[in-house]
Design a protein around this ligand. Structure first.
Ligand code: MSP
Length: 542
């Protein structure tokens, strides 16, 4: 975990990005790492723009699902979550190379106390009342199911109604609960989304939320009386806060909700909350786009700017999941391809907002063609040629011809286009734009044949121009790709001698990246290790 911007909670509001907090009933799989990676690319991109950013992730430790996993494992829930967080959930952040600023656990004191405070406030505002609940509950989703939520079961559950995500019948609950008066907020939610169409993205998710809202809202239990593993209600300690109404609050508790006025945490809340974007899987859209803003309305807190629902990673056409034994651990892929390639592949190959299938073959093919033979080869050709023809010193270019101008122009168009795509969380298009520059420069090198120019002393200045064009284009590419592939781009930056000449790569601004001529002639270029080494032949069994 790192916070390059430093903990400063004064002045401008940070661009605040969150992932869902993950259930610690089991270890992470690549579906979880997918959201964390997207949040991280977004975070680094905004930092590369020069913005202040706050990136939060964490874990959801309460509820029946975690409690049952602990029981099955023969330990207390606290022991269970402590072990899994230390052994799996914190290490996976390193594995995917995430630079989150904070990591919230829902068993932490700061969370527990603030959740209690929040619900006291909502109760004081008149949105909480006591009533019996009777109906279906899916433990996999930790959700009270509504009539329209369940579908006809198949196979062993034929003839029964099952949860569409978990494929199992829901459990029948009958308990005395405290209710949240969601129904009272339906009109305000509809009005909010009509006036803020950007608040739920992509469009399909917006439409889904609007149709759910227009169908009418019923009140929902905010507490559970038959569950112990949770946060007790202050006014009725025999009940715990319903796990989703505990978990959603992480976005507020981690940033200092309810802190003493004038305290550092209060300043942090004022300059961080609400989120600019909550990244969520499409399965948890309703919680984030309906229940969460309703809770905030009831507490008179500000609403998030956007909830973005991404698709699922599929295996055999179904959502990858540990419970269905289709989960692939991130390290299985990263040990083979490296974290940069993982980040690149998942942001590039799957349109964010749509489902996608992971295949080892597709990832190997893209790694080889786009990274090793594309960018990696361009970098190694550029650094090797400056080494061979100019004793590792970047030459002063001569006048730019038409071919060089095509590179300059592509760059000038590609980086703003990539930036605009990131604004829409369209990672694939953003990467495609940067990649178009790589392709063009590779094609340029093939056409101008620097190795032929090198044979003729009369063409020395032309060769200088070509070598400079290759390296200068790589400089800009490194900046634009740094949020996606930070390790490889830091290495490229160093090989270009840019560290010494221009300072750290993280300090370069995207808005300035396509300005031609930044790498100074005289920079010392070194051919380092391959950015994307050849893959080991064997693909592991997964
Ligand atoms: N604990 C809740 C979230 C609370 S947020 C206030 C939860 N946890 S989860 O671990 O089940 O899922 C967390 C996220 O991982 C969700 O966004 C979910 O969509 C995502 N994914 C889980 N499996 C996934 C795939 N197979 N593919 C893509 N994302 C997946 O829900």
């Amino acid at each position: 975990m790192s916070n390059p911007a430093g903990e400063s909670f004064s002045g401008e509001k940070a661009y605040y990005v969150t992932t869902p907090i993950y259930y610690v009933n089991d270890a992470p799989h690549i579906g979880h790492a997918y959201t964390t990676t997207a949040g991280d690319v977004l975070t680094r991109w905004h930092r590369q723009r020069g913005e202040k950013v706050w990136y939060l992730t964490g874990v959801d430790e309460h509820g029946t699902k975690v409690q049952r996993a602990a029981e099955a494992g023969g330990v207390t829930p606290q022991e269970w979550v402590d072990r899994l967080v230390a052994e799996s959930w914190l290490p996976v952040l390193e594995t995917v190379d995430a630079v989150n600023d904070d990591f919230i656990r829902t068993t932490e004191d700061r969370h527990v106390q603030r959740v209690q405070k929040f619900w006291e406030q909502v109760r004081e505002n008149g949105y909480v009342y006591s009533a019996p609940y009777e109906g279906p509950y899916c433990v996999g989703c930790e959700e009270f199911k509504l009539a329209g939520d369940l579908v006809e079961g198949t196979g062993e559950f034929a003839g029964q109604m099952v949860c569409p995500v978990h494929g199992k019948p829901a459990e029948e609950l009958r308990e005395e609960n405290w209710f949240f008066q969601l129904s009272a907020l339906a009109d305000r939610l509809i009005e909010h989304y009509e006036t803020h169409p950007q608040a739920v993205r992509p469009q399909s998710a917006y439409n889904e939320v609007m149709s759910f809202l227009r169908g009418g809202l019923v009140d929902i239990s905010m507490s559970r009386s038959s569950v112990d593993w949770g946060i007790p209600l202050t006014w009725d300690p025999d009940q715990v806060v319903y796990v989703w109404f505990d978990a959603l609050l992480n976005y507020a508790t981690a940033t200092g909700y309810g802190s003493e006025p004038g305290s550092a945490d209060a300043a942090k809340y004022a300059t961080t909350f609400p989120a600019d974007v909550h990244l969520v899987g499409k399965d948890i859209l309703r919680f984030h786009a309906v229940y969460w803003p309703a809770m905030l309305m009831a507490a008179a807190e500000p609403l998030p700017k956007q909830v973005f629902a991404h698709g699922w990673l599929l295996v055999g056409g179904e959502k990858m999941s540990k419970s269905k034994l289709t989960g692939i651990a991130p390290e299985q892929i990263i040990d083979h391809f490296g974290s940069d390639a993982f980040r690149y592949y998942f942001m590039r190959a799957i349109a964010f907002g749509q489902d996608g299938s992971f295949s080892w073959e597709d990832m190997s093919a893209r790694y080889t063609s786009e990274l090793a033979n594309g960018l990696g080869n361009l970098a190694s050709r550029a650094t090797a040629m400056v080494g061979k023809y100019r004793e590792s010193v970047l030459p002063e270019p001569g006048p730019l011809g038409e071919q060089e101008m095509a590179v300059v122009d592509r760059l000038a168009a590609a980086i703003p286009a990539a930036d605009a795509a990131i604004e829409e969380l369209d990672f694939a298009t953003a990467i495609g734009e940067v990649r178009s520059v790589v392709e063009l420069v590779n094609q340029y090198v093939t056409e101008v044949e620097p190795w032929v120019l090198a044979k003729d002393e009369a063409l020395a200045q032309r060769l200088d121009t070509v070598l400079y064009t290759m390296c200068e284009a790589l400089r800009a590419i490194a900046v634009a790709y740094n949020p996606v592939m930070p390790k490889a781009m830091a290495s490229l930056w160093e090989q270009l001698g840019a560290d010494a000449a221009l300072g750290e790569i993280a300090a370069q601004r995207l808005g300035d990246a396509s300005r031609w001529g930044q790498l100074p002639p005289g920079a010392v270029i070194t051919k380092g290790a391959a950015l994307f080494p050849r893959l080991p032949d064997e693909s592991p069994e997964i």
